[in-house]
Write a new protein. Structure first.
Length: 196
């Protein structure tokens, strides 16, 4: 299993001289698959990570077995993630959104909340302002799985994707969790990801 950090995030948070683009994030993901020579990859993205895996898919579709969106939006080609919930004001590309500290409760114990808070970092807005690339025939045919958290607050972009799937009659999975299911309900999420 590989858990790449996107440019400007995690152990690559020092790379902030320029805000990363959506294309940079796509390259972060696609290049890892190429450098590690990975095939039949189940590529999962949580929250804003969904736009990274969706953007990466056209670059590495031949290496993918499935895309999994975990409480994440999947914008259509040409759409900007920031515009999924309505018109976006004229925001600067160099805007970094400050994280909101997490509180213990709802499946998150005090030690885990403290561990997560010590690792929070600002999130670049720029990737969400960039349009989603056009699918290739190969990337459009990669199977997709969508998992949504039942207690995610209203107003998250993933809600738009969920509504689209409802309208199309496309099935998806629900996990009884808040938006941070990878940390608050890891066993439940792992069971869905592995099909157990």
């Amino acid at each position: 299993m590989h858990t790449p950090s996107l440019t400007g995030m995690g152990d690559r948070r020092h790379l902030t001289a320029e805000p990363p683009s959506l294309d940079t994030w796509a390259l972060d993901v696609a290049n890892l698959l190429t450098e590690e020579d990975l095939h039949d990859v189940v590529l999962a993205g949580h929250s804003q990570g969904g736009i990274a895996i969706a953007a990466a898919a056209p670059r590495c579709a031949d290496r993918l077995a499935r895309l999994v969106f975990v409480d994440a939006p999947e914008p259509l080609p040409g759409e900007r993630a920031a515009a999924l919930l309505g018109p976006v004001p004229d925001l600067p590309r160099d805007l970094w959104l400050q994280p909101k500290p997490l509180q213990a409760g709802a499946g998150l114990d005090e030690d885990t909340a403290a561990w997560m808070n010590a690792r929070l970092c600002p999130t670049p807005l720029a990737p969400s302002l960039d349009p989603m690339p056009t699918h290739t025939a190969a990337s459009a045919s990669v199977p997709r799985t969508h998992i949504f958290c039942t207690a995610t607050p209203p107003g998250y972009p993933a809600a738009v994707t969920r509504a689209r799937l409802d309208a199309a009659g496309t099935p998806y999975h629900l996990i009884d969790s808040d938006h941070d299911a990878p940390m608050t309900h890891p066993a439940d999420l792992a069971a869905l990801l592995t099909g157990r």
